[in-house]
Design a protein around this ligand. Structure first.
Ligand code: ADP
Ligand code: MG
Length: 419
C-alpha cells in the first residue's frame, strides 16, 4: 500500500524538527545503564568496595560483600565501575579472574542464573531441562577445571529470593568448601533494606562478610550529578539552572533516586524538543514529572496480580456508589462478588486485608484510621489515584472487562443496602 502524505502534515513535522534548536548532544548518557566516568558522592563506598576486592590482585580470595540501598542510589553503577577497574588491573598483573554480572530480577530463576554463570565460563548447558542440582554441578566442575578467582555479582537479588527462596545463595556461599583450584566470591546487591529477613542466618553470615550501605542522595548531591550528566547530554546553554534545581528537588522528595532525576531530565528534554523550545525550563520539568508519575501508576496497575486488581476494582466501584471511604468488610463483600462473577475462588478476608495493606504501601489505595468515638477505631480506605487511570487500565484487561456488564447491577445493590 502506498501512503501519500497529501496534506503535508509529516513534511511540516519534519521541517519543524529540523528548524528547531538542537536540545540533545548525546541522549544515550541519560540511559539507565550508562556508567559515567566519575561517580560523584560515592567515594566512600567505592573505596570500601575497592579495598574489599583488592586481595584478588595478590592472588587471595576476596570476601563476600552485601550491598544495599534504595533504587537509584548508584549501587549497580558503582559496583560495575569498581569491578571494571579491578579486571583491568588484574589483567595487567596476569591474575586469573572472571567476573560475572547477573541481574536476578531480569534473569528470573535459579536455573537461568546458573546458566548465565556457565556461559561466563564457556560451559555449555541446555536452555532448559536439567535439574538445578545438575546444572550447579556442571558449573562447579567447569569453574574448577582451571584455577581462577570468580566474582559473581548478583544484582537485585531480593527479587529472586523473595519468590524462590535462598537455596541459590546457600549453594554459592558454601561452594569454596568443595572447590580445589578456584575460589568464588559473591557480591549481592539488594534494593530492599529488609532483605536479610528473608534469609537463613547461616546465609546472612557468609554473605555479609562485608556490608556497604548506599544512602539516598540529598537534593544538593542530586544537583551535582545532574549538572555533570547534563553537560554531556545537552547542547550548551539549553538547560536552565532553575530546571536542574527543580529536578533535583523532585527526586530528593521521592527518595533521593538518581535514576528518577535523570529520567525527569530526559523526558523534559524530549518535551522541549517536541515543542520546538530553545531551552529546558522549570515548566518542562513539571510536565515531565506528571508524565512519569502517570506512566508509573499505569505500569503498577497493569502488573498487579488478578486478586489485587479485583480489590482495586472493588474500591473503585464503591466510590462510584458514593461510598468514598470504605471499610475492609465492604471491600471484601464486593470483592467476593466479583470473584463469583469470574468463577474464581475468593481469598480469605485476612489475605484480602493483607492485599489492601500492600496496595496502600504502593500508593494505589489510601488507608487511614478513623476514630468512631466509643465504638473504637476503624480503617477507612479509598483510592489513592485518579479514577480515570483505573478506567484506562481496566478497560484493556480482558478478565476485568468482562465484569463491565455486571457492574451496574452490583452498584445498585451496594447503594441500595446503604440507603
Ligand atoms: P541502583 O543500582 O542503586 O538502583 P544505579 O547504579 O542504576 O542505581 O544508578 C541509577 C542511575 O543514576 C544510573 O544512570 C547512574 O549512572 C546514575 N547515578 C547513580 N549514582 C550516580 C553518581 N553518584 N554519579 C553519577 N551518576 C550516578
Ligand atoms: Mg541497580
Amino acid at each position: 500500500m502506498i501512503i501519500v502524505d497529501e496534506t503535508g502534515v509529516l513534511d511540516n513535522v519534519f521541517d519543524q524538527f529540523l528548524k528547531s534548536t538542537p536540545i540533545f548532544r548525546n541522549r544515550d548518557v541519560l540511559r539507565h545503564d550508562y556508567i559515567p566516568e566519575k561517580l560523584l558522592h560515592r567515594e566512600e563506598q567505592i573505596r570500601f568496595l575497592g579495598e574489599t576486592v583488592a586481595p584478588v590482585l595478590k592472588n587471595a580470595r576476596c570476601s563476600n560483600v552485601f550491598i544495599y540501598g534504595k533504587t537509584g542510589t548508584g549501587k549497580t553503577a558503582a559496583t560495575k565501575y569498581v569491578l571494571g577497574k579491578l579486571i583491568s588491573r588484574a589483567r595487567g598483573l596476569g591474575v586469573p579472574i572472571n567476573v560475572c554480572y547477573v541481574n536476578c530480577r531480569l534473569t528470573g530463576t535459579e536455573y537461568r542464573v546458573f546458566s548465565t554463570l556457565c556461559q561466563a565460563l564457556n560451559v555449555r548447558v541446555p536452555f532448559t531441562g536439567l535439574a538445578v542440582g545438575e546444572i550447579f554441578d556442571r558449573f562447579k566442575n567447569g569453574l574448577d577445571s582451571n584455577a581462577r578467582f570468580f566474582i559473581i555479582v548478583l544484582d537485585e537479588i531480593d527479587a529472586l529470593i523473595k519468590t524462590r527462596g535462598d537455596v541459590l545463595l546457600y549453594e554459592l556461599t558454601r561452594m569454596n568448601e568443595t572447590l580445589c583450584n578456584s575460589r568464588v566470591s559473591v557480591v549481592g546487591i539488594s534494593n530492599d533494606l529488609r532483605f536479610k529477613e528473608f534469609l537463613e542466618p547461616r546465609v546472612v553470615s557468609s554473605l555479609s562478610e562485608e556490608e556497604i550501605v548506599f544512602k539516598p542522595y540529598d537534593a544538593a548531591e542530586l544537583q551535582d550529578i545532574l549538572f555533570d550528566r547534563a553537560r554531556l547530554a545537552f547542547c550548551d546553554n539549553v538547560l536552565l539552572d532553575g530546571a536542574v534545581g527543580l529536578c533535583a528537588a523532585f527526586a530528593a522528595a521521592e527518595h533521593g533516586d538518581a535514576r528518577r532525576a535523570l529520567d525527569l531530565l530526559r523526558v523534559a528534554g524530549e518535551l522541549a524538543e517536541r515543542g520546538g523550545a530553545a531551552s529546558i525550563t522549570e515548566d518542562h520539568i513539571r510536565r515531565a514529572e506528571k508524565r512519569i508519575e502517570h506512566d508509573r501508576i499505569l505500569e503498577a496497575l497493569k502488573n498487579l496480580p488478578l486478586h489485587s486488581k479485583l480489590v482495586v476494582c472493588g474500591v473503585y466501584l464503591l466510590g462510584k456508589a458514593k461510598i468514598s471511604y470504605a471499610a475492609t468488610g465492604d471491600i471484601y463483600e464486593i470483592y467476593r462478588e466479583l470473584c463469583n462473577e469470574l468463577a474464581l475462588s475468593p481469598l480469605t478476608q485476612r489475605r484480602v486485608s493483607g492485599l489492601i495493606n500492600e496496595l496502600d504501601v504502593i500508593g494505589l489505595l489510601n488507608a487511614r484510621i478513623v476514630s468512631m468515638g466509643r465504638y473504637g477505631r476503624t480503617k477507612k480506605i479509598r483510592l489513592g489515584i485518579g479514577r480515570s487511570l483505573i478506567r484506562e487500565v481496566f478497560t484493556n484487561d480482558d478478565r476485568i472487562e468482562r465484569l463491565s456488564d455486571y457492574i451496574p447491577a452490583c452498584l445498585a445493590e451496594i447503594s441500595g443496602s446503604r440507603n
